[in-house]
Design a protein around this ligand. Structure first.
Ligand SMILES: O=C(O)c1cc(=O)[nH]c(=O)n1[C@@H]1O[C@H](COP(=O)(O)O)[C@@H](O)[C@H]1O
Length: 235
């Protein structure tokens, strides 16, 4: 049985174990999953995964690997061997990179979900132009999501603004993990392609990644409860 059926994934973007666990200890593993990203993992290492697993959380290890196929496949394997629920790569690494990573997991019969980041939710059309891509975020997300699906990914990271078209393009079972979630009470900060939790679920997101609107709230559990209420009650 999974620890939770909630679509909520809380980003534990902290610089040390004590701060991350202080937040995790306010959360309930039956009401959300947690995400460990680059800052926390680079500072603390795999011990944080062990501590979160011991508390009953399913963990999304968000290291966004992007390298040559062999290096990426070995890194994804290392992540999966820590027993994490989900991990990710950048779709921009290309089909051969994603196929190598998917096949490494399949060969070892590891069930970690592997998803690919399409266009970061902090980017808008002018940012794409700055890196030489003269396309809309939606067109680029669609292109990379199709490639990710053909390359054996379980889903993608995208903004909730793109999920309706990805639902049509890739089907309802293809995971659409959407950060850039901003409840009405929160600031956008560095995010650009944002939506509220309710809008994102209605658009077809399968999972919502939420960091600062919960972790920097005066009362994180009250913020989480407000989001659950917006989604129609606890999952
Ligand atoms: O892969 C991710 O999780 C991710 C992809 C993306 O396109 N945008 C994005 O914000 N994220 C992550 O989602 C989290 C969002 O946090 P908040 O902006 O604080 O809600 C951060 O941990 C980001 O690293």
């Amino acid at each position: 049985m999974p620890a939770t059926t909630s679509p909520l994934i809380i980003a534990l973007d902290y610089p040390d174990m004590a701060a991350a666990l202080a937040m995790a200890d306010q959360l309930d593993p039956t009401r959300c999953r947690v995400k460990v990203g680059k800052e926390l993992f680079t500072r603390v290492g795999p011990d944080i995964l062990k501590a979160l697993h011991q508390r009953g959380f399913e963990v999304f290890l968000d290291l966004k690997f992007h390298d040559i196929p062999n290096t990426t496949a070995q890194a994804v394997l290392a992540a999966a061997e820590h027993g994490v629920w989900m991990t990710n790569v950048h779709a921009g690494g290309g089909a051969r990179m994603m196929e190598a990573a998917a096949s490494a997991l399949a060969t070892r019969q590891l069930e970690t979900r592997l998803i690919a980041v399409t266009v970061l939710t902090s980017m808008e059309q002018s940012d794409l132009a700055g890196i030489g891509l003269d396309v809309t975020p939606l067109a680029q997300v669609e292109r990379l999501a199709s490639l990710a699906q053909q390359s054996g990914m379980h889903g993608v990271v995208c903004s909730a603004r793109e999920t309706p078209s990805l639902k049509a393009l890739c089907g309802p079972d293809f995971l659409k993990v959407t950060p850039g979630i901003r409840p009405s009470f929160a600031q956008a900060g560095d995010q650009r392609r944002t939506m509220t939790p309710g809008e994102a679920m209605a658009a077809g997101s399968t999972h919502l990644v939420i960091g600062r609107p919960v972790t920097q709230a005066e009362n994180p559990m009250a913020a989480l409860a407000a989001i659950e209420t917006e989604l129609g009650g606890r999952a």
